[in-house]
Ligand binder design. Structure first.
Ligand code: PLP
Length: 387
């Protein structure tokens, strides 16, 4: 164990299973450890560094903003926050944006919007949010309650009440829950990331979209991991033709600085009013400038490039004998491997490629602008390691 790892063990709360790797610097999709060894980054900080590390456009945008105004709170107006909200609305047709600092906070906002909307429109007994089994929505107590995986719940009882979980695809279960007259909203990931990179069945997604509109239940899409170009569209719900009332997002939004956002549709744009919600850091000018530098570059042409790279990566991996299946959307892929995923990831690291896991799968979330040669090299290593 390195000295850094010993100090980490001693002073940092033991909540993470870290890889035994001390990283010191990075350039784009290449990362270097303390011994100068080079790695191809196929995880991008779990889908955060959308344009890699040290991207010159991002660094220039953040540096320029740092030199102007770093933080003044939400008591005042600042250009980057307003421009970012405007841009996100232009790109999605949503009407307003609430900014926080993380995916969990974006979902907390979505849940508050759903509760208030349903209470005012239908009565306070309509407070339940339906989510899917195997989902992941965050680590705060409320988003943990939203998360449809029992093992996250066990040690933290009592959880926030008012959540119900159905199996993905089970429209009958949703209809039965609605009969109880307590449902406010449904919250889904288009591709369950932490759950094993499992895309929503398109037929279920369409049925869900129709059903929630008939019932005046809100449809909320968790785009924390799938959002901001990751899927090859601005947001993954666009692949499915969904009409969400709330879109929560974070991770890649600001490309490496903490930022989360809840995008609100016309129907719910006025639900939150003065004093209902807030965040000290939400919409911070530096984070917003970072996000502007990311979102401004998610043009149709760029998204087409993401889709082409995704097709290339998928086809390279699908041809590997040691890979049983490839799931996911865009540059968010899950590999079902013959060897255990943990073993594959460790061997890839040894050979200079950093990958992630999700449940029993190897998970890949490279930077959206990863050069094609690095993508090919990484795929070759993964393929060889998989056997
Ligand atoms: N929602 C989804 C779909 C996620 O993948 C995550 C994190 O992995 C979260 C919410 C929580 O985001 P954060 O860790 O930024 O709070």
């Amino acid at each position: 164990m390195s000295l850094l790892q010993e100090r980490d063990q001693k002073y940092v709360a033991h909540t993470y299973g870290r890889f035994p790797l001390d990283l010191v610097r990075a350039e784009g999709s290449l990362v270097y450890d303390a011994d100068g060894k080079r790695y191809i980054d196929m995880g991008s900080g779990i889908g955060v560094t959308a344009f890699g590390n040290g991207d010159p456009v991002w660094v220039a945008a953040v540096s320029a903003q740092l030199g102007k105004l770093q933080h003044m709170s939400n008591l005042y107006y600042t250009e980057p926050c307003v421009r970012l909200a405007e841009l996100l609305c232009e790109k999605t047709g949503m009407k307003r944006v609430f900014f926080g600092n993380s995916g969990a906070e974006a979902n907390e906002c979505a849940i508050k919007v759903a509760r208030k909307y349903a209470a005012e429109k239908k009565g306070p007994e309509h407070f339940t949010i339906v989510t899917l089994e195997n989902s992941f929505h965050g680590r705060t107590l409320t988003t943990l309650s939203a998360t449809g995986q029992d093992h996250y719940h066990e040690l933290f009882q009592p959880l926030t009440p008012g959540f119900a979980h159905i199996d993905a695809g089970d429209m009958d279960a949703l209809a039965a829950l609605c009969e109880t007259g307590t449902i406010a909203a449904v919250l889904v990931e288009c591709v369950q990331g932490e759950g094993g990179v499992i895309p929503l069945d398109p037929e279920f997604a369409s049925a869900l979209d129709r059903f929630v509109r008939e019932q005046d239940i809100l449809l909320m899409v968790d785009e924390v991991q799938t959002g901001n170009g990751r899927s090859g569209q601005m947001y993954a719900y666009m692949h499915y033709g969904l009409h969400p009332d709330v879109v929560s997002t974070a991770k890649g939004l600001a490309g490496g600085l903490p930022m989360g956002a809840a995008l609100l549709s016309e129907k719910v744009q006025h639900v939150l009013s003065y004093g209902d919600h807030g965040s000290t850091f939400g919409g911070n000018p530096v984070a917003a400038a970072a996000a502007l530098s990311v979102v401004n570059r998610l043009t149709d042409d760029f998204l087409q490039e993401v889709r082409s790279k995704a097709d290339l990566l998928r086809s390279l991996l699908e041809a590997c004998p040691g890979i049983k299946s490839v799931s996911g959307l865009g540059l968010m892929l899950g590999l079902e491997t013959v060897k255990p995923a943990g073993e594959v990831v460790a061997a890839c690291m040894e050979r200079g490629v950093l990958c992630l896991t999700a449940k029993n799968k190897v998970r890949l979330l490279p930077a959206l602008n990863i050069p094609e040669d690095l993508l090919r090299k990484a795929a070759a290593v993964i393929c060889e390691v998989c056997g």
